[in-house]
Ligand binder design. Structure first.
Ligand code: NAD
Ligand code: IPM
Ligand code: MN
Length: 372
């Protein structure tokens, strides 16, 4: 029997709370579907900083490189806001993404029918929505050099300090994420919309040209369109169902995926998969995490919605383990729970009602799994 190795990094804030529900789901699949997981757990973000003065220990990084998949909760929080930049919790996550070379970040935004009235947009705009944002994750302005803040803060020298970040892409980096987007589109509705700002940025011109090159030479059967990212943001809230797959850079992808979250009802619903090149076993290096952060405003209160994290595990079953049927099951169970009207606080509409806690939501998903 295949044993799948998993490294769980719960992180900070609501990270450990939502990850506890994923652990229950993993246990359910072990008991009821005969799957075998070798699960280890470690620290990332502020939790790691508190223990070892770094947001990611080298041993944890090495472990992440050696497992079949990493599951991450969330990192960050006000306690760590004034730390030196180099040891901020977020640096731990960025190191994982960079060193594992997880260049393709898949952020699906699906509107479950039961939640169509919870979106901040009208039901008729979002009902049935199923789009996939493919965000480049290891380059662009997040990592480009030069970067930093100049040391010149001489009193009286107003305007003397400079903060620098560099948007930089190579053609190879653009081509590989474009290939991921075209491959994924072929399994969906065969349409890719690429977003950049080629009207003001040279890196945007290169992005557009390289995506077009990959299309013309390797994926001429997929429908490709290009859009400036600012128009893309507007189109996402005007008529999101016009899109199938959106491919975009690291920063635009970060922003557009948070906006897409609200189309689905709540940021607490959006999962993600960060994938690298295939390993020797043919599966990609991979890290799965919800799109949301550590939600300091509700942390420790049992209010967090665990669905984004649970659906991230469904993506893990599908992309890292090839267990598509099990992934479908888990997604169906979530859909059933929502259809039954079970809601965490973030999904409560104007009509009110009593929200369930994080753990209760997890229990409902297990019950629905057992009833399938
Ligand atoms: P956030 O995503 O943590 O929270 C934004 C809002 O959404 C908050 O009101 C929060 O309560 C709500 N929310 C988020 N997830 C929810 C869930 N599962 N259930 C119910 N409500 C939920 O974003 P933020 O407040 O801008 O950032 C807080 C911290 O998290 C920062 O330190 C930031 O750097 C970090 N962050 C981490 C990640 C990550 O680990 N991948 C992602 C985004 C932000
Ligand atoms: C995300 C987060 C991260 C990002 C932070 C926490 C580094 O916002 O995963 O969307 O900006 O990529
Ligand atoms: Mn983000």
């Amino acid at each position: 029997m295949t044993t799948y190795s998993l490294l769980i990094l719960p992180g900070d804030g609501i990270g450990p709370e939502v990850m506890a529900e994923v652990r229950k789901v993993i246990g359910w699949f072990q008991t009821n579907r005969g799957l075998s997981f070798d699960v280890s757990e470690d620290l990332v973000g502020g939790a790691a900083y508190d223990k070892c003065g770094k947001p990611l220990a080298d041993e944890t990084m090495a472990k992440a490189q050696s497992v079949d998949a990493v599951l991450l909760g969330a990192v960050g929080g006000p306690k760590y806001d004034n730390l030196d930049f180099s040891v901020k919790p977020e640096r731990g996550l960025l190191r994982l993404r960079k060193e594992m070379d997880l260049f393709a970040n898949l952020r699906p935004a699906q509107c479950f029918d039961a939640l169509a009235d919870f979106s901040s947009l009208k039901r008729e705009v979002v009902a049935g929505l199923d789009i996939l944002i493919v965000r480049e994750l290891t380059s662009g302005v997040y990592f480009g050099e030069p970067r930093g803040i100049s040391a010149d803060d001489t009193p009286g020298n107003e305007g003397g300090r400079v903060g620098v970040n560099t948007q930089r892409y190579t053609s190879g980096e653009i081509r590989r994420v474009a290939r991921s987007a075209f491959e994924l589109a072929r399994k969906r509705n065969n349409r890719v919309c690429s977003m950049e700002k080629a009207n003001v940025m040279e890196s945007g011109i290169l992005w557009r040209e390289e995506v077009q090159w990959v299309h013309d030479n390797e994926y001429p059967d997929v429908e490709l369109s290009h859009m400036y990212a600012d128009n893309g943001a507007m189109q996402l809230v005007r008529n999101p169902r016009q899109f199938d797959v959106i491919v975009t850079d690291n920063l635009f992808g970060d922003i557009l995926s948070d906006a897409a979250a609200m189309l689905t009802g709540s940021l607490g619903m959006l999962p993600s998969a960060s994938l690298g090149a295939p390993m020797a076993n043919g599966r990609p290096k991979a890290l799965y995490e919800p799109v949301h952060g550590s939600a300091p405003d509700i942390a420790g209160q049992g209010k967090a919605n665990p669905i984004a994290c649970i659906l991230s595990f469904a993506m893990c079953l599908r992309y890292s383990f090839g267990l598509g049927a099990e992934a479908d099951m888990l997604e169906k169970a979530v859909e059933k729970v929502l259809a039954d009207g079970v809601r965490t606080g973030d999904l409560m509409g104007a009509e009110g009602g009593k929200p369930v806690s994080t753990t209760e939501m997890g229990d409902h998903v297990l019950t629905a799994l057992s009833a399938l």
